[in-house]
Write a protein that binds this ligand. Structure first.
Ligand SMILES: *Cc1c(COP(=O)(O)O)cnc(C)c1O
Length: 231
């Protein structure tokens, strides 16, 4: 692994070449730098190298980083990409810009009610369990349309439904990666065809961002390829 700056450059190169190969504009893919388990100093280094959106999994750890980086707050976006319990929604509604892991209406209702009036709406993705494994979080594909309609009906000055997110089973088989991502894209397109104004498909990580972009991802969540291996 190189420095955070050179790693970022390499990830951007991967995004650009995949976009070029798929006939997509490189600006149509947002890079989310996943900084979970890394210190605020690492986030600061990535920020200096141009990263502007950061993903965190654990609420307490994230809140400490948001505070440590308060001087940068106006210039970056914090995304929660880890599981969210209903008793933790208030600090999340107050501190984050995005939540990718909403998988039931109760969580969305609490976030909407708790979003401070002075802030822009909280941007939301619904997490979908594309593999259908009972042990995994995320809404089942069959229940997605009803959940999406209900979340989209919440007050839009508090909460904006932007799209879908998934964490597929890890596999090194590129064709299997594409199939998993295609599944989410088809669900996304069906919701759009049904009239929901969604613009965000949050899929792809360090190991499968090429497959995700080829299948239409608009936001890749990249941790280890930028910050190194997590201990
Ligand atoms: C940790 C994490 C990532 C980043 O994974 P890498 O393989 O390190 O790129 C992306 N998305 C979610 C939901 C994660 O928890």
């Amino acid at each position: 692994m190189g420095s955070i700056g050179s790693n970022l450059q390499e990830v951007r190169r991967r995004i650009e070449s995949t976009c070029a190969a798929s006939g997509r504009d490189a600006n149509s893919v947002t890079l989310l730098a996943v900084s979970k388990t890394f210190e605020a100093a690492a986030v600061r280094e990535a920020f200096a190298a141009g990263a502007r959106a950061f993903g965190e999994n654990y609420v307490q750890e994230a809140l400490a980083k948001v505070e440590a980086l308060a001087d940068l707050r106006a210039h970056l976006r914090w995304h929660l990409i880890g599981p969210l319990q209903s008793n933790k929604t208030r600090p999340v509604a107050e501190a984050f810009d995005w939540v990718h892991t909403v998988d039931r209406l109760k969580i969305a209702e609490r976030l909407a009610a708790q979003r401070p009036a002075g802030l822009p709406p909280l941007d939301i993705c619904l997490q979908v369990n594309v593999d259908g494994e009972a042990s995994k979080s995320g809404v089942a594909p069959a229940e997605l349309p009803a959940l999406a309609e209900a979340v989209a009906a919440l007050p839009r000055h508090r909460l904006r439904l932007r799209g879908l997110m998934s964490i597929p089973e890890p596999t090194s088989d590129a064709q299997a990666q594409r199939r998993q991502h295609r599944r989410l894209r088809e669900l996304f397109e069906a919701l759009r065809a049904g009239g929901l104004a969604l613009d965000t498909l949050s899929m792809g990580m360090s190991a499968d961002l090429e497959a995700a972009i080829a299948e239409g991802s608009t936001l890749v969540r990249v941790g280890s390829a930028i910050f190194g291996t997590r201990s």
